[in-house]
Design a protein around this ligand. Sequence first.
Ligand code: FES
Ligand code: FES
Length: 219
Amino acid sequence: MSEPDADRTRDGAVQPAATQPVAAQPAAAQLSAITVNVTLNVNGQARRLDLDPRTSLLDALREHLRLSGTKKGCDHGQCGACTVLVNGRRVNSCLTLAVMRQDDEIVTIEGMGRPGDLGPLQAAFVERDGFQCGYCTPGQICSAAGMLAEVEAGWPSHATADVSSTRIELTDEELRERMSGNICRCAAYPNIAAAIRDVAAHGDGAARGAGHTARGGPR
Ligand code: FES
Ligand code: FES
C-alpha cells in the first residue's frame, strides 16, 4: 500500500516526507539586514562603509567603493584577477572578508599610478604590450609588485634550488612559478613576463612598482 506522505530511497526504505523549513526564511532575512560599520584604508584614504559582515574585500572595493579596477574572475581564489596588496603582500581579495581588513593598508591598481603618471609596472606592461583584453592585468600588476617584494626579501618558492639562500635569482622558472596564481585567458604570458623582467632589471622592486601608496613589500 502506498504511503502518500513518505518518500522511498533507492533501496526501498521509507523516509518521512521532508518538512518545510518554515523558520529558516525569517532568520535569513534578519541576517541580511545586519550591517557593520567598517573603515578600510584604501590607497592611502580611510573609507567608511556600512557592510553586510559577509562582504568580501573584493565586493567592498568594486561594489561599494566603485574601485572597479580590481576584477572578479572566478570569485573562488583560482584565477588571481582580484589580487590586491594588503600590507604589501599580494592577496586574493575574493577570499578575505572586508571586516577582517580594517587595520590594514590596502593598495589596488588605482593606487599604483594614474593616467599620465603610471607606476613602473603599469608603464612596463604598456611598453611590452603585456595584455590583450586587459581583464587579468590589474591582478597581474598587483601580484607582480608583491612577487618582486618577496624576491627582494629572499623568500623561496617551489622553484628555488637553494632554499637556504637569501639571495633569489629571478630565473624564468622562478618568475613562472611565482606568477602561476595569475591566469591570463588571452595567454599574454611572454609579454607579461617581459614587463616584469624589465622592472626587476631596473631594480624597481615592489616599493616603486606599487606606486604612490603601497608599503612596497612583505613585512
Ligand atoms: S576572482 Fe579572486 S581568485 Fe579569481
Ligand atoms: S589579457 Fe586577457 S585575460 Fe589576460
